[in-house]
Design a protein around this ligand. Structure first.
Ligand SMILES: Nc1ncnc2c1ncn2[C@@H]1O[C@H](COP(=O)(O)OP(=O)(O)O)[C@@H](O)[C@H]1O
Ligand SMILES: [Mg+2]
Length: 225
């Protein structure tokens, strides 16, 4: 496969309280190749999360087509869309979204638990935690970790089942600058080692520098420069 993600005039509109239609994302087209690392930058409210949610199948497009890993997301039924998300996509959130009462290792193994292939992925979880230097924290409760450590756990969880596409929405947005840079370096290195495609949202032009390419959003539209 040569293409990981295609937006073909994909858009998202919401109904405003006065009944008028408002664009979160105007009809937008771009193609992201397999193995690329792409940063999405833009001001608050420019449509970055909307773009990512559409790509993840978390929200449905109002118009256009979205092709993820060779499948037209906008034509898939609920079950196939859920399967594509589960098997093909890893997601990293700004606020980590870890499960507080579970251990570090259990959090990483969560996608395998859900998919029913826990045993197969135990060695992989250990390997990933070692890679982010949290191997010795595997049995700790996640509640005791720092923000940077929590995000490293979330990155391991996202990569566990070797997704072809990783989506990250402001993964460093809740971290201080130095920690954010470390986490970003780790995430971009790991996805390159794994050969997967990464699309991440940031409002830091410096952190966008870690990507092969940057897409700029302005008021729900791709800016050309
Ligand atoms: N569920 C929703 N209902 C109404 N408007 C929304 C909804 N989600 C997002 N929007 C609007 O769409 C625009 C883009 O939002 P978003 O994609 O979250 O921007 P960003 O992530 O760049 O800050 C904003 O104006 C936001 O208020
Ligand atoms: Mg956002």
């Amino acid at each position: 496969m040569t293409t990981a993600l295609i937006f073909d005039r994909a858009s998202k509109a919401f109904q405003a309280p006065d009944g008028t239609q408002r664009w979160a994302l105007r009809p937008t087209s771009f193609t992201i190749s397999s193995g690329e690392t792409v940063a999405i930058v833009g001001r608050s409210g420019s449509g970055k999360s909307t773009l990512l949610h559409l790509a993840a199948g978390i929200e449905a497009a109002t118009g256009g087509h979205i092709d993820v890993l060779g499948q037209d997301l906008t034509r898939l039924g609920d079950r196939d869309r859920a399967r594509l998300r589960r098997d093909g996509i890893g997601i990293v959130f700004q606020f980590f979204h870890l499960v507080p009462h579970l251990s570090v290792e259990e959090n990483v193994l969560l996608p395998a638990m859900i998919a029913g292939d826990l045993r197969q992925y135990r060695p992989r979880a250990v390997e990933l935690l070692d890679r982010v230097e949290l191997g010795d924290r595997a049995k700790d409760a996640v509640d005791h970790l720092s923000g940077g450590e929590m995000q490293r756990v979330a990155i391991c969880r996202a990569l566990l089942r070797r997704p072809a596409l990783v989506l990250a929405d402001e993964p460093t947005g809740n971290l201080d600058d130095a920690t954010g840079r470390l986490v970003m370096d780790l995430m971009t290195s790991m996805v390159r080692e794994e050969g997967c495609t990464l699309v991440y949202v940031t409002h830091s032009t410096e952190l966008a520098g870690a990507a092969d390419r940057t897409l700029h959003l302005r008021s729900g539209e791709l800016a050309t420069a």
